[in-house]
Design a protein around this ligand. Structure first.
Ligand code: GLN
Length: 541
């Protein structure tokens, strides 16, 4: 079939859940038997978010092919249960870098290079790459930011042109807006939506559907008003009220008839009846009052929960599967160094140290790991969380504070974590880490092998440093088990501590592969240990 495109633009304000809406729409289409992919267009000049601070941007989501992408790609993968490709995240930086390098190469010899058509053509070329790379029959394209931003203009212009390139049946524009609530009069306002649609029209795009996001119920009259003023069918005005459970959004959209409406608009027949039974069970499970267990997430960017989005999700997925409600205590590791915040760690049934960069708060994380080891509290370490487990354990075995990672102390006498040899000569910071899927062989009988029920796994990576093999013997003689190793034997990918209820850490990022319907085995094993500890505490009370 001809590839169909659905474009998502934002109006009024950002952060109203455009990415989630796109992900949910993707699920509606997948449920009808179509092959779907989602692409995010980010109008900033960085080539990718890999060099940005998580405070600026939230989590950097890593794909199988090693692309460092926007966290919305995580929503897409989790909601639709697909694996995306690096062509699915495009930035202004990538587009300009390509056009300028072609110009230097002489590809446009004799011409003047301009935003229209050269930049817009490059944007269109990249949109066109998605179906080839992923095999998608329907490509959903989300533009970051809101209509009216200077940065997004070339992207919107490219989308405008695509309607005449593709035809009406093959291109659909969904505009996601926000209805502000005026407390004094208790009403929702449609005026900003009207304005943003007018703005979109002035660029030459008429939306086919308006998703009106709101924190309050939206009545039918209001939808009719939006339809009238914004010139869309009443059926195509979708009131999307904030739900406490993110995973409910596809069900809400299905109930509003959006899946069938989209089929009709694109001239498609559903290939199968959507079957939401498993999805509904998930949502019911989240809504059901479940016993609470507490996990202390000891990190550096804890003020911004988005910085650990996939970790949060993976914990929730495991909790859903095991019938417990995982509550996260966000612990700032630099505070622990000053003796503050320990009550949160002590009240938790498990400790998790996620990935991170730079030295701030590292000692606090090490102290939290020591606490977990000494008190027998379940511990899961992710990437930096594994490296610091190794540092802590080496310090304990050697009875010295000297062992360290050379990321934090270049001249340490005991560099138990060090740069990978192939990283030594790299000067550029962007896209040069060890990135993406790598195989890992599990040691039979280890905790990791028990959790996975496999001997070989593939996991996503994003790091420069690794365990220094010169210390493997010392560490394993002391009770550390290297339960996951790269098939060539060179790199330690999983470390465990024997003689402990659960202390396991990975050099990779398991959180990126967890799905609501398929929780990650290591998160499951961790939460199972956390649940046992919580249960034991209750008995002791
Ligand atoms: N900073 C560490 C490294 O580069 C850990 C990276 C991470 O946690 N993602 O190896």
């Amino acid at each position: 079939m001809t590839t169909k495109y659905i474009f998502f633009t934002g109006g009024v304000v950002s952060s109203v859940g455009k990415g989630l809406t796109a992900a949910a729409v993707g699920r509606l289409l997948k449920e009808r038997g179509f092959n779907v992919a989602v692409q995010k267009l980010d109008p900033y000049l960085n080539v990718d978010p890999g060099t940005m601070s998580p405070y600026q941007h939230g989590e950097v989501f890593v794909l199988d092919d090693g692309a460092e992408t926007d966290l919305d790609l995580g929503h897409y993968e989790r909601f639709i249960d697909i694996s995306l490709s690096r062509v699915c995240n495009v930035t202004t930086g990538q587009v300009y870098a390509e056009v300028i390098s072609k110009e230097r190469h002489g590809d446009y010899l004799g011409g003047t290079i301009q935003v229209i058509p050269h930049i817009t053509n490059e944007i269109k070329r990249r949109i066109g790459m998605v179906s080839k790379a992923t095999g998608a029959e329907i490509v959903l394209v989300e533009i970051g930011g809101t209509v009216g931003d200077i940065e997004s203009q070339p992207f919107l212009e490219a989308l405008r042109q695509m309607r005449s390139d593709l035809g009406r049946e093959n291109s659909l524009y969904i505009h996601v807006t926000w209805l502000p609530y005026i407390g004094a009069t208790g009403e929702l306002k449609t005026k900003p939506t009207q304005h943003s649609v007018r703005e979109l029209r002035s660029i030459g795009i008429s939306p086919d559907m308006i998703v009106a996001r709101s924190d309050h119920p939206v009545d039918d009259d209001l939808c009719a008003k939006i339809a009238l003023f914004c010139d869309v069918e009443r059926r195509a005005v979708v009131p999307l009220v904030t739900t406490p459970v993110r995973y409910e959004v596809p069900l809400v959209l299905e109930d509003l008839g959006i899946g069938d409406y989209l089929m009709q608009r694109m001239g498609l027949q559903a290939r199968q009846q959507p079957d939401w039974s498993a999805w509904k069970r998930l949502v019911d499970e989240v809504k059901r009052p479940r016993p609470k267990v507490k996990v202390a997430l000891v990190g550096k960017y804890v003020e911004l929960h988005d910085a650990y989005f996939s970790v949060r999700e993976a914990l929730e997925h495991a909790g859903m599967a095991l019938g417990v409600d995982v509550e996260i205590s966000w612990v700032q590791s630099s505070e622990l160094e000053k003796g503050r915040g320990w009550e949160m760690v002590q009240a938790a049934h498990g400790v998790l140290v996620p990935g991170g960069f730079g030295s701030r708060g590292v000692e606090g994380k090490i102290q939290a790991i020591r606490y977990a080891r000494e008190q027998g509290v379940p511990y899961l370490g992710l990437c930096l969380g594994m490296q610091l487990l190794v540092v802590e354990f080496a310090r304990h075995l050697m009875g010295s504070d000297e062992p360290n990672s050379t990321e934090f102390d270049r001249s340490t006498e005991y560099p138990v974590i060090d740069l990978m040899p192939d990283q030594r000569s790299i000067a550029d910071m962007g896209g040069t880490m060890r990135l993406g899927l790598y195989p890992c062989e599990l040691q039979p009988g280890s905790r990791a092998a028990q959790a996975y029920q496999k001997t070989m796994v593939q996991e996503r990576h994003r790091h420069r440093f690794e365990l220094n093999n010169a210390y493997r013997k010392l560490l394993s003689d002391g009770g550390m088990v290297f339960s996951g190793i790269s098939p060539d034997g060179r790199l330690v990918e999983i470390a465990e501590i024997s003689n402990h209820p659960f202390m396991l850490a990975t050099q990779f990022h398991p959180e990126f592969l967890s799905r609501p319907n398929r929780p990650h085995p290591l998160f499951l094993a961790f939460i199972e240990a956390v649940r046992q500890r919580a249960g034991n505490e209750q008995v002791a009370d």
